[in-house]
Write a protein that binds this ligand. Sequence first.
Ligand SMILES: Cc1ncc(C[n+]2csc(CCOP(=O)(O)OP(=O)(O)O)c2C)c(N)n1
Length: 550
Amino acid sequence: MNSKEKNYILSKYLIAAYAQLGVKYAFVSPGSRNTPLMLALSDQSEINVYNIIDERSSGYMALGIAKAHDKPALLITTSGTAVSNLFPSIVEAYMSSVPMIILTADRPKNLVGTGANQTINQYNIFNNYVKNFIDFSNIKKFTQEIIFNIAIDSYNHSMEENSGPIHINIPFNIPLYVDNRNKIKFKENKLSKLKSIQDAHNKFKIPNFTKYLRPIIICTDDKEKDIISIANQFNIPVLMECLGSRFLKKYDNIISSYEFILNHCKLDPDLIIRFGKKPISNTLNNFLDKNRDITYLITEKLFNDDAKNIIECQTSIFLEQFIKRKFKYNISWLNSLIIKQKKIKRYINNFFKTPRDHEGYIINKILSFFPLNSNLMIGNSSPIRDLDNFTFNSSSKINVFSNRGASGIDGIISTSMGLALKQKKHNFLILGDISFFYDVSALLSNMEISINLNIIILNNNGGHIFDRLEGLSSEKDYSKYWLTPVNLNIKDIAKTFHCKYLKLNYKTLAKADSSIFSNKGINLIEIKINSDQHHLENKAIDSGIKKQLI
Ligand SMILES: Cc1ncc(C[n+]2csc(CCOP(=O)(O)OP(=O)(O)O)c2C)c(N)n1
């Protein structure tokens, strides 16, 4: 086998193995060093391939589709800075436990450090943010069996327990292009035996939870639907974040207004059962810190969490055990929280009957237009906080996604484009203007990939999340160093990138309906918000709710 055949055969086996393992999507960016991998992708039909110019965007798209698909996508680049541009998306995938398989083409090892063109040290470049790194320089012989085993191990490892990214670096010698590929002989073997993904330990013991009087559940991004119904059966209130199943089914025991309750009332549970990652809400995080001793985290594997009491098992298996105890907590405890929740809901709904220049009003209005079974990607930082704070439990079947692993404002459009590839209709993204401008180059791919996505830009002109930091806005250089108004015309951007465009404010939104959305292509909806007015409205809501609760 000569070198060019070797490059191609190796690539072909690797891609064939991933296709057999169930990988359905590959995000690639052009280059010459990754040519053997591209040829292998081009010669198959099971994996859908998207060619994305910008590797930063490509990485986030792979993240997005994996969120929707629960399986890794392939992320393929050439050598050099192309590789380093994947870093933010890999950090987010690692921190939020999303599977991803990264194949980076490289120069042969002997060229690293010699001044060879487009050659950097790619060896374990993502170090702390990948679950595993494999360098093909270390493999002496490339048999089909060896390559298939690498594919199986990397796939399984990316999906096991805390899912995450796996990096495979593949040095290719020149020549890179090979023609007459149909004449090259292959063993067309099927993957012989798939090793099954390791089950989590699931050997755990539930402490005697029946001795407590005032239990609560805190559920963040764990979407296991039985959490609420089982909690309901046991009369346990569930503080349910917007990333959980808040919008999937109506249940009285779902408490979504926990920020207001914790800020204005004394809540003294004697047991907290936690599902999912740390909350979005700072107030809820402080509450958890104060209640560490009585909190039990249910998690398959502890990751990036300082919980004191941990029950290591899958949520569904924990619930199976939990439900075996025929027991009910005193309903008056649950009712006391339900009453508070109802008061807050009544107050906010009443307040929002009048159109308000407030993000909570705008988000609620937008959500009310969503068709059933919509996907919503929600941006950092005010949008997700306002979605969390001002929306209530409903059965509108909205599935909410976000990048909360590292809470970056980068890559949000790209992630939502990746998500939208899986679900053909009803895709929405709500984000701030700075996050929009940050990732506007994602729209370059509008012509390459055909998706339907409504992007709602909450434009408060410059990242006004920092107004919420006590005292900061009166700092002398506040506008200079914290605010970043871009002052570009979003309508012009829409035209440049072949998107539809609509401009609204809270008053025109009040008269709108679902016809503002489009079911074809990318639709930019800009909603102007006055941040000073938002803060005034916010204060009014807070003091109004306080009066209701005391
Ligand atoms: C990549 C990255 N850079 C900087 C930040 C810090 N940061 C958090 S929110 C924010 C401003 C966001 O502005 P915008 O998208 O308009 O949303 P909003 O102000 O409404 O929260 C910045 C710069 C971050 N989270 N991620």
